[in-house]
Design a protein around this ligand. Sequence first.
Ligand SMILES: Cc1ncc(COP(=O)(O)O)c(C=O)c1O
Length: 369
Amino acid sequence: MQTSPLRKVDTPALFLDLDIIERNLDAMQQKMTGLGVDLRPHIKTHKIPELALWQIEKGAKGITCAKLSEARVMAGAGVKDIFIANQITTPCKISGIWDLAREVCLSVGLDSVAGAKMLSELFAAKGGELEYLIELDTGLKRCGVLPGEPAWKLHQQIKDLPGLKFKGLFTHAGHVYGSANREEVEAISRYESRLTQETAEIFRQNQVEPQVVSVGSTPTMKVWQGHQGITEARPGCYLLNDAMQVGMGVAELEDCALSLGATVISRPTPDRAVIDAGAKALALDKGGHGLETVKGHGVIPGRDAYPERLSEEHGILKVAPDEPLSVGDMVRIIPNHACPVMNLFDRAYGIRNGRVEKEFEIAARGKSQ
Ligand SMILES: Cc1ncc(COP(=O)(O)O)c(C=O)c1O
């Protein structure tokens, strides 16, 4: 059996290589600083307050969250500037937004008159003001009004609602995850910025200056050259990277900071090994929005083996018959998609030079309200 110091941790377990994280943090921060753009990383990737604070310490202006409950955890840990890049439409969330807005500098997304009225009603009744960014759909076909005139029209409809204050525009070109290669990523990145900037220009021509014009996903920001009029970038996954980013050609395996440690529990045949980590550890995600650029359910660097199938608690590796993988051995798997994997564990182990240095609580895991 192997004698790695990591064997002190029971498997399946998440390892975060702290040197790689720091490199990824520095690279993205330096790039955005160089381009004169604010970085507001999406923390849904890691869900760990200490990592959010590290991003801010390195120069991020604030953070992006997907959910109010995530934002609460981050605020509780001391993050002061939070954008919830989502639509808030339930009574519980609206009153939670009011409470959180007392504590931190908070802004939210909006893409409808109905949603705007819900927030306006409460904030006006209580005598407060909430900043919002209009969400644009630049191709993902998720939330968002269409860029250009439809966005300006929405602005006209909601601009005078009491209790609300226009802050800017944002988009997320998540359909980039359907890209087969870097050239396609580059084209979507340019388009994301161009449509958002053109929309901002319509506002400016009408004497409305968006304070924030925000774009971003990890792939589109990795290849980005900057774009006139864009003020903010919101990548999230760049901190950890994963097999999908590698598949699209925007990261190398050496840039992947997250690995799942798993132990071989059976080698029934020369071409099959079974590990103690299945879909409840690795997730079944092969790419949120389109093409699959990955093979199987992750990558095992340095091994002629990969997770071919997952049941809930078993991972079935396809193994080259001469690959020396024995019962009791640990493998380290780079997941296809880091974000859902982080959401499956209570803690992650920060490692440096192959040794555990720090244990992190993944405090915002499961925070989906
Ligand atoms: C609105 C929004 N902004 C930013 C991001 C970050 O993108 P990525 O996961 O590619 O880093 C996401 C990811 O889903 C998102 O939904």
